[in-house]
Write a protein of this length. Structure first.
Length: 333
C-alpha cells in the first residue's frame, strides 16, 4: 500500500500497544515502524532493474525482518525515550507489530509480499489496489479523532478501535467483491464459449467497484473489465503473447528472472525496433484498445554479451487520462 496508508496503520497499531503509556508518541513510533519496510525502494539506486524488482517487498517485508529488527529499533527508542518509563521490551513489541502489519496489509495487493522470506513464496491476494481512498480516508479520520483525546480517555481507545474495525471490514468486503466479480468473469467466459487455462482478477486503480481480469487463452491473453454497475456482457480484448519475438534473448538469465517475477503473465511487443516486456499482472494504464499501455513495461536491449533491462518511464498525462477513463467506466457499460 501507499506510504500514507502504512503510516496510518502503523500509528494505529502503535496506539494499541503503548498509547495508554506514552500517548501520541506511540503513534509516532508506530508510524515510523510502518514506513521502514518500504525503504527497500532505495535499493533501486544500487542494483539493476531486475534485481531491484526481485528484492522489492522481499526481506524487509518478511516475518524474519520483523523478528530480527524489532528488538534493535526497540532498544534505540528506549535510549531516545529514556525518561518515558517504558522498557526496551515494550518498545520492541510496538516496533514488531508496526513492522509486521505492514507486509500483512501489502499481501492483499497485486504485488504481494514475500512474508515467508527466504522461502520462495509470494502472498498476493489481489483484492485491493495499492492506493484505495475508501480504505485510507476513514481510517485517517478516526486516527485524527484519536490523537485529539487524552491518552487515558476511553474515547481515545474507542476511536482507534473504530478505525481498525472500519478499515479491516473494508478489506473483508473487497475479498467478497473479488469472489463475486470472479464469478461474473468466469460466467461470461463460459457464455461466450471462450476456452481458457488460467484467470487472474484484481480491482482497477483507486476503487473496488471496477475489476479487471487477465485470461490465459493459449496463444493470447484476454483482458476484460467488469463494474458492479454493468448491465451488458463483458468484452474481452486479445493481446498476443508474442513470446517468439524474444529470439536469441530467450533463455538469458535476466529474462528468465523477469519471467519468474511475472509468474508467466507477460507479453512481448515491438515499438520502433525496441522489444518491450509487458508485465500483465498490473494491467493497463489505458482503457483505450487502440493504444494499449501497460502499467509495467521493460525495454530489452542486447549490448555485447549482456542483456539490459530498463523500466519504461511513466508520464503524468498517462495518469490523468486513466483517471478520466476509470471514472467513466466505473459507472457501467
Amino acid at each position: 500500500m501507499d506510504s500514507l496508508t502504512q503510516i496510518v496503520l502503523g500509528a494505529s497499531v502503535g496506539e494499541v500497544v503503548l498509547g495508554k503509556k506514552v500517548g501520541n508518541k506511540a503513534m509516532l513510533y508506530g508510524a515510523i515502524a510502518g514506513t521502514i519496510p518500504d525503504l527497500d525502494v532505495l535499493s533501486r539506486y544500487f542494483v539493476d532493474t531486475v534485481t531491484y524488482t526481485e528484492w522489492h517487498r522481499g526481506f524487509s517485508h518478511s516475518i524474519l525482518f520483523s523478528l530480527l529488527f524489532a528488538p534493535v529499533f526497540g532498544w534505540l527508542i528506549s535510549k531516545i525515550e529514556k525518561n518515558s518509563g517504558v522498557s526496551w521490551q515494550e518498545w520492541s513489541k510496538l516496533m514488531f507489530w508496526g513492522l509486521f502489519t505492514h507486509p500483512i496489509l501489502d499481501s492483499f495487493t497485486t504485488w504481494g509480499t514475500q512474508l515467508f522470506w527466504p522461502f520462495d513464496v509470494r502472498l498476493a491476494f489481489q483484492n485491493i489496489f495499492v492506493i484505495d481512498p475508501l480504505y485510507t480516508l476513514p481510517f485517517l479520520f478516526f486516527l485524527i479523532l484519536t490523537m485529539r483525546q487524552h491518552r487515558l480517555s476511553p474515547a481515545r481507545r474507542k476511536y482507534n478501535r473504530m478505525g481498525l474495525i472500519v478499515s479491516s471490514g473494508y478489506l473483508v468486503v473487497t475479498l467478497l467483491l473479488k469472489g463475486i466479480t470472479y464469478k461474473k468473469f468466469t460466467d461470461n467466459l463460459e457464455d461466450q464459449e471462450i476456452a481458457y487455462e488460467q484467470i487472474q482478477t484484481r480491482p482497477t486503480p483507486f476503487n473496488s467497484i471496477l475489476w479487471t481480469a487477465n485470461v490465459d487463452a493459449g496463444k493470447e491473453y484476454l483482458i476484460g473489465e467488469y463494474s458492479l454497475f454493468d448491465t451488458k456482457p463483458i468484452v474481452f480484448r486479445g493481446y498476443p503473447k508474442n513470446h517468439a519475438f524474444l529470439g536469441e534473448l530467450a533463455g538469458e538469465d535476466k529474462l528468465n528472472r523477469l519471467i519468474k517475477i511475472t509468474e508467466g503473465w507477460y507479453t512481448i511487443s515491438r515499438k520502433e525496433q525496441t522489444l518491450l516486456f509487458n508485465d500483465l499482472r498490473f494491467g493497463l494504464i489505458s482503457l483505450n484498445p487502440i493504444d494499449p499501455k501497460f502499467a509495467f513495461s521493460y525495454k530489452l536491449l542486447k549490448l555485447k554479451n549482456e542483456v539490459i533491462v530498463e523500466e519504461t518511464p511513466k508520464f503524468k498525462e498517462d495518469a490523468q487520462n486513466v483517471l478520466i477513463e476509470l471514472w467513466v467506466r466505473i459507472w457501467g457499460n
